[in-house]
Design a binder for this molecule. Structure first.
Ligand code: FES
Length: 57
């Protein structure tokens, strides 16, 4: 499912970055993608995906 429609970033991609790149925050995520830089509506959901995935590691 797409989390960021503006930049076509899916929850699957974010989960991959959490596991493989050690991403733990939106700041770190935004070093890999422009997620949230257009309308910004995706940031809250992206935070939830990062948090939930990091709890599973
Ligand atoms: Fe992510 Fe618009 S949906 S910036």
């Amino acid at each position: 499912m797409l989390v960021c429609i503006c930049h076509s970033v899916s929850d699957k991609t974010i989960k991959h970055w959490v596991r493989q790149q050690g991403v733990t925050s939106i700041r770190e995520l935004r070093q890999l993608t422009p997620l949230g830089s257009q309308c910004g509506k995706c940031v809250r959901h992206a935070k939830e995906v990062i948090y939930n995935e990091s709890q599973l590691i």
